[in-house]
Design a protein around this ligand. Structure first.
Ligand SMILES: [Zn+2]
Length: 278
């Protein structure tokens, strides 16, 4: 029995409309901390470049220039993946319906019916452990027509193996929310965060800690230290600030809790599908 078992099972869509006003202290929050690692090249463009050069975004942070992966971009991919997974119609990344389960979790603004929903999932911008390196790669785009000339272009990409501290907070959480987020994150990692077919930006996420409460961990603090992320998170778990020891899951306990949660909802979804087929 851990704090996940004590969360409400499902928040439900209609109630999600209460999410316009949220009191963090009263409604509860979960903090998830992990390491996201790129498994293939990625290009996180914050603005369209000029000419034939495409550059991934960078930011000066915690004493170094680093690769910068905007949370907004991550959220877009997560939303797209969840909408597809849950077969939601009439709701897109650009035009959220503000009535479905995905909007209930990720929020949205609809100008059609003047409704807005607060996002209960807060992702911090992803900023790399490894320093940014300007490494211009010369590449060639092959033309669609066989007789046309190939087009040369240059790219500055984020190399595979680059790691990012990944801190996510889930406000007013339910077991269903947590499962949707974890599952959506896994699918998005596999699909990749790339805008371009050849730069897929596949990733993996190693979850290291989940806390029932607003665990005071920040990307800045993690990146300012010389210690490894894993080491720092382990130390934090032993002397967590802002949460009590029973409210922190790490290691095998965390792994098992995540597995149990996903098995539980898989069986619920399987039952639903059987009912629909009958
Ligand atoms: Zn929606």
């Amino acid at each position: 029995m851990n704090f996940i078992d004590r969360l409400p099972v499902k928040w439900g869509v209609p109630e999600a409309f209460d999410a316009t006003r949220i009191n963090l202290m009263r409604e509860g929050v979960l903090t998830l901390v992990g390491i996201k690692r790129l498994e293939s090249e990625a290009l996180f463009v914050s603005s369209e470049g000029i000419g034939t050069l495409r550059e991934t975004a960078k930011v000066e942070f915690a004493g170094k220039e680093r690769y910068w992966w905007l949370a907004r971009k991550y959220n877009g991919v997560l939303r797209r993946v969840l909408l597809a997974k849950l077969n939601v119609n009439n709701c897109t990344v650009d035009k959220p319906c503000v009535a479905c389960e995905v909007c209930g979790l990720l929020g949205g603004l609809s100008t059609d019916n003047n409704k807005s929903l607060f996002s209960r999932l807060k992702v911090q911008d992803l900023i790399s452990v490894q320093p940014y390196e300007y490494d211009e790669k010369f590449r060639v785009r092959l033309p669609d027509e066989p007789n046309a000339n190939p087009t040369p272009f240059q790219e500055v990409i984020v190399p595979p193996g680059t790691e990012f501290p990944f801190i996510v907070r889930l406000i007013k959480p339910s077991q269903r929310d947590l499962m949707l987020f974890l599952h959506g994150n896994q699918l998005a990692d596999g699909l990749g965060y790339g805008n371009y077919s050849k730069l897929r930006g596949n990733a993996t996420t190693d979850w290291l800690l989940m806390a029932n409460g607003f665990a005071h961990l920040s990307v800045y603090r993690l990146l300012s230290s010389e210690k490894s992320l894993a080491k720092q998170i382990e130390e934090f778990a032993q002397a967590a600030v802002g949460v009590t020891a029973e409210d922190v899951l790490t290691g095998d306990d965390l792994f098992e809790a995540i597995n149990q949660l996903s098995t539980k909802f898989q069986s619920v979804d399987a039952q639903k599908e059987t009912v629909q087929e009958e």
